[in-house]
Design a binder for this molecule. Structure first.
Ligand SMILES: *Cc1c(COP(=O)(O)O)cnc(C)c1O
Length: 374
């Protein structure tokens, strides 16, 4: 770089910079695939814009790692993904909304059928062509999927599935991040009972956390999401996944604040000594949840500085007393998410889970994708 090089203008204007490491996402996919037997396929869940990280960049990169089966939540997400990936299998977890069958067929999307009337509606469109479908059975979430009563109806009238090509039968675990939870084994045995009542088809029970429950839970395919993006799939213990994102927030101003002065809305933080406050250009409108007020922290120069006062829409304030003013100065950055303080740590300070931190990541961040070639 010559001395006259300037960062791109958008970067110069950015109040925060979000780095997304595509190579780390592919690495996480491979780490999960490596835990599976040779006959278990590793899919990828890219719903909610790949958990906020950008499906358009993430999904094609995962095909490079070997992924050929993708799950999205909505038909719109499926239609968008189809434009980037003409050849992969795309399944839509929310299922078939009335009147959308034609769009499913045109975009070559597979509905995950969650109820008997969805099965009937998809079959009506299928004619004799054997349209692909997946079936979701509920084994203990009471959220989506066929109930035990629905399964009994199908067992009595197997023609209800005639004309469909069953690409998968799946269910979803409620407590998989806690390996000791008895609900896991209960769901596993309900899932086996459901499979026995349905025609043979590739079976899938585990999302990311379920993979770590062991081979009994792997069946024919697994569908990790958050773990690919660096969230710890285990409720306790070290994170087996690679960190994927880094977020730097720009300091707009640093000011000396006297003892007794207050910081931010509600005058909710009062200085108990003279100090220095750095104001950073990130707020709850950027997904920096207001529940992290008074509790969050950031990194600078190898140290952690506390978030003080309430998080505002566009700004938040850190106590940088004692940090070298040459580093904590207007225009420089604080590390809001980095390798030593990842999404799970940020989530803990906000009283939530890494999933919510990722999917809330702001639209105002300047995004830099790394590791494209890997
Ligand atoms: C979101 C979702 C997944 C992915 O779950 P993660 O916990 O992110 O791995 C898998 N299956 C279903 C049905 C889901 O809704």
């Amino acid at each position: 770089m010559s001395a006259t090089d300037r960062p791109p203008r958008a970067l110069a204007r950015a109040g925060a910079v979000l780095e997304i490491d595509l190579a780390a996402i592919a690495e996480n996919w491979r780490r999960i695939a490596a835990r599976l037997g040779p006959r278990t396929r590793c899919a990828a869940v890219v719903k909610a814009d790949a958990y906020g990280l950008g499906m358009a960049r993430v999904a094609p990169h995962l095909t490079g790692a070997g992924c050929t089966l993708f799950f999205v939540a909505t038909i719109d997400e499926g239609i968008a993904l189809r434009r980037y990936l003409p050849d992969v299998e795309i399944a839509v977890l929310d299922g078939l909304l009335p009147g959308t069958g034609g769009e499913f067929r045109r975009a070559n999307l597979i509905p995950v059928l969650n109820a008997l009337d969805e099965i009937a509606a998809w079959r009506n469109g299928a004619g004799t062509r054997g349209l692909p479908a997946m079936i979701h059975v509920d084994t203990g979430m009471s959220r989506l999927g066929l109930t035990r009563q629905d399964l009994a109806v199908i067992a009595r009238s197997p023609e209800m599935l005639a004309g469909l090509t069953l690409r998968a039968i799946l269910s979803h675990l409620a407590c998989a991040e806690d390996a000791a939870h008895p609900h896991n084994a209960a769901q596993l045995s309900s899932f086996r009972a459901a499979l026995a009542q349905l025609p043979p088809a590739p079976a899938g029970l585990a999302a990311g956390s379920g993979v770590f429950l062991g081979a009994d839970y792997h069946f024919d395919f697994v569908r990790p999401g958050a773990a690919l993006y660096g969230v710890n799939p285990l409720a306790s213990g070290p994170n087996p996944m690679a960190q994927v994102i880094r977020l730097k927030g720009r300091i707009l101003q640093v000011r000396d604040v006297d003892r007794g002065e207050t910081v931010g809305y509600g005058a909710a933080h009062r200085m108990d000594r003279p100090g220095r406050i750095a104001t950073v250009a990130v707020g709850y409108a950027d997904g920096w949840l207001r529940s992290a007020s008074h509790r969050g922290s950031a990194g600078i120069a190898g140290r952690r500085v506390p978030l003080v006062g309430r998080i505002s829409m566009d700004l938040m304030t850190f106590d940088v007393t004692g940090i070298d003013p040459a580093l904590a100065r207007a225009g420089s950055f604080l590390d809001l998410i980095d390798d030593s303080h990842g999404v799970d740590a940020v989530a803990a300070a906000a009283g939530t889970i890494g999933y919510e931190i990722l999917t809330a990541l702001g639209r105002r961040y300047h995004r830099l994708y790394r590791g494209e070639a890997g």
